[in-house]
Ligand binder design. Structure first.
Ligand code: FAD
Length: 477
């Protein structure tokens, strides 16, 4: 085994890596063919997991060997949630990461990964007077500099209406890297991780099921068990809505684990559970959704490389730009032409809402509008300091905007006035006398679910509450 003899940094990484290496990323069926009709109330399943993002897939995979009947219910028609990888037909060997793209989860292991990003370049950006941005963090900052930093992604957290405690981990000088840092990515694409976990879970037992296009709307305590009410949804071209004349479906579960983000959680109603009023305030207000967006463009030539700039951080609406590489098969090159969060997302939502759309080869919900391509290209000319005419027409493109149900945002930040540890403790098991658990990273202390490993650590906490964690075959390599 590639990493034999090497100790994993975190138990979580060890567990996940060991199993992922045992299996290949097989053709997991995502079209609902394994889903079964839920209308029968004859049986009561042991565990219902709500959400098939990385958290739900991970929870299912962790519980796979327990001889339990477990179902995972997912609102959309796909596994992955905010782990979403697509590939342009002209560059099939380049992962276009529409959601998470850097993995902290597998850090320190030999999981097949290809380091591509040179992260934290912002901190090494020099101002006109030659000072590194990083230096300003230790010496105090001028109004002009604070405006610049506020406008650039990643540092805005410290200046908005969010909890000032969020600034502490970010402004810790020990966190500021002293040199370029190579960030790990997943070779098969980030989405391969939840797919593999889900695939493995389904393969372990016939009493493990995945039900796609089911939105949990209500949890009703019924004696010692729970009735879960679902709305049937449909997904067309990547967009999920309610089915025409949708059915309401009910199932019985003995334990319920919700792995959905804040907004989705706030829309579920609970009946018969002793949930305190304070908790609904925490769910609604303790964290806020941070919208995020990305735009990728594919070109016949990597025109930007003539400038020697492969990664830019900017206060223009593009915010961050990354070179995603050239296809070894076709020589098509991919640029992450824009990646940002917070207020600027409204601009791209507005621009994207107006058609017509560019001629995308994969033609689904991720196709950018011509207006979005035009704006992003104008700003690229500014960023790379080259004439607009020297930027060729892109041959393909993709956009993702994380600002709507069920996600609400790309991740979450804490609001002032809430104690992180108290909120997280209360949220994990909202009613002490019920087996309903909120395994959502939206309320993880510090950086919440801006990193998926925080979301998975929350799942681990819930497994401990369920007293199942200790008997799981945690593999220390
Ligand atoms: C643009 C972007 C960049 C990011 N970059 C990184 C990165 O580089 N590294 C990193 O580690 N993390 C990154 N993150 C964060 C990371 O994506 C999240 O932490 C992680 O994906 C959260 O996973 P989750 O399973 O907890 O939630 P989700 O991925 O949100 O999954 C929840 C699932 O629940 C489903 N659902 C919601 N409501 C219901 C309901 N009522 N009934 C049934 N199903 C429901 C949803 O459809 C979804 O599939 C990024 C996120 C974004 C958006």
């Amino acid at each position: 085994m590639a990493f034999k003899g090497q100790r994993c940094r975190h138990e979580l990484s060890c567990i996940i890596i060991f199993d992922l290496l045992l299996i290949s990323v097989t053709g997991f069926v995502l079209d609902g063919t394994r889903a079964e009709d839920l209308t029968s109330k004859q049986t009561c399943e042991d565990v219902a997991i709500i959400g098939a993002g990385i958290s739900g897939s991970y929870a299912a995979w962790r519980l796979r060997d327990h001889n339990l009947s477990i179902s995972v219910y997912e609102y959309s028609n796909r596994v992955g949630g905010r782990f979403r990888t697509i590939r342009f037909p002209n560059s099939p060997d380049i992962n276009v990461e529409l959601g998470a793209m850097r993995e902290a989860l597998l850090n320190g292991t030999d999981f097949p990964a290809n380091g591509t990003f040179n992260d934290y370049a912002l901190l090494h950006t020099r101002t006109k007077d030659g000072l590194e941005l990083a230096a300003y963090f230790t010496m105090g900052i001028s109004k002009e500099m604070s405006d610049l930093i506020r406008d650039v992604v990643g540092f805005r957290f410290m200046f908005g209406d969010v909890s000032s405690a969020n600034a502490v981990p970010l402004s810790n000088p020990n966190r500021i890297p002293t040199g370029p840092r190579v960030v790990q990515t997943v070779k098969e694409g980030m989405e391969a991780v939840p797919h593999t976990l889900m695939d493995r879970f389904l393969q372990t037992s016939h009493s493990h099921k995945l039900h796609l296009n089911r939105e949990l709307t209500k949890v009703i305590r019924t004696g010692a068990t729970y009735t879960l009410r679902f709305k049937e949804t449909v997904t067309t071209n990547g967009i999920t809505t309610y089915a025409k004349n949708f059915r309401m479906l009910e199932v019985c579960a003995k334990k319920v684990v919700l792995t959905v983000p804040r907004l989705a959680l706030s829309k579920v109603t609970f009946s018969g559970l002793s949930i305190s009023h304070d908790l609904s305030d925490s769910i609604e207000n303790a964290v806020k959704d941070v919208p995020a967006f990305k735009i990728f463009l594919a070109y016949d030539t990597p025109w930007w490389r003539t400038t020697n700039v492969t990664h830019a951080e900017t206060d223009l609406p593009n915010r961050q730009v990354y070179d995603f590489g050239t296809s070894a098969q076709t020589s098509t090159s991919v640029l992450a032409a824009a990646y940002g969060d917070m207020d600027i997302v409204k601009f791209w939502r507005e621009v994207q809402s107006r058609g017509p759309f560019m001629n995308c080869l994969n033609g689904n919900d991720t196709c950018p509008s011509e207006a979005a391509v035009k704006h992003v290209t104008n700003f690229l000319a500014e960023i790379f300091q080259i004439p607009l005419e020297s930027i060729p027409t892109p041959v393909d493109g993709a956009i993702s905007i994380w600002d709507k149900f069920p996600f609400g945002g790309g991740w979450h930040v804490w609001m002032p006035g809430y104690n992180w540890d108290d909120v997280r403790r209360d949220v994990l098991q909202p009613s002490p006398t019920d087996h309903v658990y909120f395994a959502t990273g939206s309320y993880a202390p510090g950086e919440t679910d801006s990193w998926s490993n925080n979301a998975l650590e929350t799942v681990e906490r819930v497994l401990k509450l369920l007293s199942w964690a200790s008997s799981l075959n945690a593999l220390e390599i």
